[in-house]
Ligand binder design. Structure first.
Ligand code: SF4
Length: 466
């Protein structure tokens, strides 16, 4: 499939950098493939999070672990509060621990301070495991966090796991996912002499339980006679993650963060994996059907069909209602991973909304081919966007509603564009059939809010938004 480029980028009057030319394309104009899966360009002010943040987002939902950020206190501001996920038990993960490195530590090294911090966390909180995240400063000064973690692990008799996520080691957040994946494998791999028995249960990889999605999918699967072994990592515990090798099948939802882990688990423990997507009614139905097929049990296949028929009928009137309100609206999508972009495209189209702009932080060439296949000619696609580019296309494409994460919210709002959060800042469950209604409702209330007409009618609007 050819993806084509048309955007005129660079030059003295353009808000976009010439080096970004090949990362911005439009269907139907030229024959270039989108440039993606690469480091961000220095100075481009990418919307991407750093490597450390990529690792933190994957591991932080482990509810009873302590998450210790080895670096200046600023790095630790990236907490549960802005990357929230729900727990059915421990709330330990809502704490943010930091070694708070200062100038003196940078000069003389931070290993002693790290050791003392680990001791203090163990003494005061007794967590079953501690993840120690390396940040930029630690990478630069060369603290040996692997050695410190190993010594602490032996001293305290718990898992103290280094996460090699110095922010600067790459301009690509995917490297942070990989660092988190390696830390997870470290935790999951049975110690010498330990044997984890195989079960008929499922592992749910790349589900972070931001708004209770894991619990909702768990209900669906139970109705089909299938149990979740553990989700990686939403609402998980250290003990539950150690049971991962016992899974019958790995479901991969967030492909960007978990394909790497799924492949390692297949190699190590022989567990097969399939991609699933529980965002939107169509994707949910498709995923439930494929899971039932993997088991091959007629009663599971029948239960899946019964569930799908019942739920589809139940939500149809509400989806139809929102469709009448939203048909003809124009949407922009900018999210972390491709699996989410694909789900939002489908959901918005089911609501009659036209997608005019779509991008991701970490999409790969094959992801963009899939995305392109779902979009109309003329839609702008951007990899690793920055605020100037997003603002430009929100205006040029006359966008009514944007779906994105916390960093895109203010860009949309200040341009008078409705915004729906589909990232870690949200509190509503957006998965499954109920999630399809929640999403449609959110799109409707923000897109059709009278506030946008009011602010556009203000005499200063044109002055500030020429
Ligand atoms: S200093 Fe480095 S590790 Fe810390 S938040 Fe900034 S980029 Fe990330």
């Amino acid at each position: 499939m050819e993806i084509t480029c048309s955007q005129v980028i660079g030059g003295t009057n353009s808000p976009c950098l010439a080096e970004r030319q090949n990362s911005i394309i439009t269907a139907g104009k030229t024959k270039n493939r989108i440039h993606c899966a690469d480091d961000s360009i220095a100075g481009a002010v990418s919307q991407r999070a750093c490597v450390f943040c990529g690792a933190r987002v994957v591991l932080n939902p482990i509810t009873d672990a302590a998450h210790l950020v080895h670096g200046p206190v600023g790095c630790a501001s990236y907490t549960w509060d802005i990357r929230g996920s729900l727990s059915s038990g421990s709330e330990m993960f809502r704490n943010s621990f930091s070694t708070d490195l200062k100038e003196r530590d940078v000069i003389f090294g931070g290993e002693k301070k790290l050791t003392l911090c680990i001791d203090e966390i163990v003494q005061k909180n007794s967590p079953p495991a501690i993840f120690v995240y390396a940040t930029c400063v630690v990478g630069i000064i060369g603290d040996d966090i692997i050695a410190v973690c190993k010594a602490a692990s032996q001293k305290h008799g718990i898992d103290v796991i280094p996460v090699e996520s110095s922010g600067f080691i790459s301009g690509n957040k995917i490297i942070g996912y990989r660092a988190a994946g390696n830390a997870l494998i470290h935790l999951i791999t049975p110690k010498e002499g330990e044997i984890i028995q195989k079960t008929k249960k499922i592992n749910f990889l790349g589900e972070y339980n931001l708004g209770g999605e894991k619990w909702l999918v768990e209900r669906y699967l139970r109705e089909m006679g299938i149990e979740i072994n553990v989700a990686c990592t939403g609402d998980s515990t250290v003990a539950s993650l150690k049971q991962v090798p016992g899974g019958f099948l790995n479901l991969v939802q967030c492909t960007g963060s978990m394909h790497y882990v799924a492949r390692l688990l297949e190699e190590e423990f022989g567990t097969p994996y399939i991609d699933v997507n529980f965002f939107g009614a169509y994707n949910t139905s498709d995923s439930l059907r494929r899971i039932a097929q993997e088991y091959g049990e007629p009663h599971m296949i029948e239960a899946a069909e019964h569930l799908i028929e019942r739920e589809t009928e139940r939500i149809r009137p509400e989806i139809e209602y929102y469709r009448t309100k939203l048909t003809g609206k124009r949407a922009a999508i900018y999210v972390g991973g491709a699996f989410k972009a694909l789900a939002i495209i489908r959901q918005l189209r089911e609501l009659g909304v036209e997608i005019v702009f779509c991008g991701t932080q970490t999409g790969k060439p094959e992801d963009y081919e899939q995305i392109h296949g779902m979009l109309n000619p003329g839609t702008v696609m951007v990899d690793d966007a920055n605020p100037a580019e997003i603002e430009r296309f929100l205006i040029e494409k006359k966008v009514d509603i944007m779906a994105g994460g916390v960093k895109e919210r203010t860009l949309a709002h200040k341009l008078g564009v409705g915004f729906v959060d589909h990232n870690h800042d949200r509190k509503d469950c957006l998965a499954g059939f109920d999630g399809a209604i929640n999403f449609a409702h959110e799109v409707y209330v923000t897109c059709c809010s009278p506030v946008w007409k009011q602010i556009r009618a203000h005499p200063d609007w044109e002055v500030y938004h020429e």
